[in-house]
Ligand binder design. Structure first.
Ligand code: PAF
Length: 299
């Protein structure tokens, strides 16, 4: 299968590298990383150890592929969609954090847009070198739920490349559950500058759990069956499994980059307002992070 990974930072490079063992992969990445991969190949280290030679470019326009996997930051989704629409792709799969990405992609692209989640841990150590810090799973399916033949085909392509893959018919519920996990872990670890495991201990535990519970309340008001306890259990399970990892939001803060707080905590606050609820914990976390972003001039 011809696959473009659009936004090959840490997770995109890892997924692209795993897929390149079986498929014809092109990474769309920042110039330094793309040039190095194009010249010397991509080294995957950590839980997996291998080298592959995918194509790599920093120009995401006019590309042709059977599948484009989008892994850009949520605030770059629209520009990724515009670049992809200048080429020809048969299907798109979002493996991004935050909510609203699939809708934004569908606005620009006429091909099927699937939703997905990936629990692999990845760190881009330097251009051309990505470290797998935790073997996880890719779950994908129709963004509105139900069976999708396109998702079956893409799931098979992932499985052929030895990636733990599940094709699911309840992606809306899974996206809300992932949002609850991210709403609990990401802003708390980014603000406190701690690894994910810190949210399992007080006083961070109650803060993270309350952010996850608020997210579950909004999900239910949105028609998605996500109990408070399920959201908190998912948060704890991910925090335990990735205890030694730095969240993507903490990595962004450390690098002085804009974070995905708008598409995570900010999304919960906005949806809460629409359905007549309040989300004070998410509001506080979002305000603190966006204050930092403003101060750093990265918003
Ligand atoms: O954004 C992240 O870092 C990840 O989605 C997660 C699950 C919080 C693990 O670090």
């Amino acid at each position: 299968m011809e696959i473009v990974v659009f936004g090959a930072g840490s997770l995109g490079s890892l997924v692209g590298g795993l897929l390149a063992r079986e498929h014809d992969v092109t990474l769309v990445a920042r110039a330094g990383h793309a040039d190095r991969v194009d010249r010397d190949g991509l080294a995957v280290t950590g839980e997996h150890e291998f080298e592959v030679s995918p194509s790599a470019t920093s120009d995401g326009t006019e590309l042709t592929a059977d599948l484009a996997i989008v892994t850009v930051k949520s605030f770059d989704t629209s520009s990724a969609a515009r670049a992809l629409s200048s080429g020809s792709v048969d299907a798109v799969l979002s493996l991004q954090n935050g909510m609203g990405n699939e809708e934004r992609l569908s606005e620009e692209l006429s091909c099927p847009v699937l939703a997905g989640t990936a629990t692999y841990g990845a760190v881009l150590d330097r251009p051309g070198r990505v470290r797998c810090t935790g073997i996880g799973e890719v779950v994908l399916g129709s963004r509105t739920g139900g069976h999708s033949a396109v998702a079956d085909r893409i799931g098979e392509a992932f499985a052929t490349a030895d990636i733990e893959t599940l094709v699911a018919d309840d992606m809306p519920r899974r996206l809300w559950e992932k949002l609850a996990v991210n709403a609990g872990i990401n802003p708390v670890t980014a603000l406190a500058r701690v690894e994910n495991g810190a949210v399992l201990e007080e006083p961070a535990a109650e803060l993270a759990a309350e952010a996850a519970r608020e997210t579950a309340r909004v999900a239910r008001a949105d028609g998605v069956d996500l109990a408070d306890e399920t959201a908190v259990a998912a948060l704890e399970q991910v925090a335990e499994a990735t205890a030694g990892n730095e969240s993507s939001m903490l990595q962004d803060v450390r690098a002085g980059r804009r974070t995905e707080v708008d598409a995570i905590s900010g999304y919960v606050v906005d949806r809460a307002e629409t359905v007549g609820l309040k989300a004070p914990t998410n509001r506080t976390l979002a305000a603190a992070l966006s204050t930092w972003e403003r101060q750093k001039n990265v918003r």
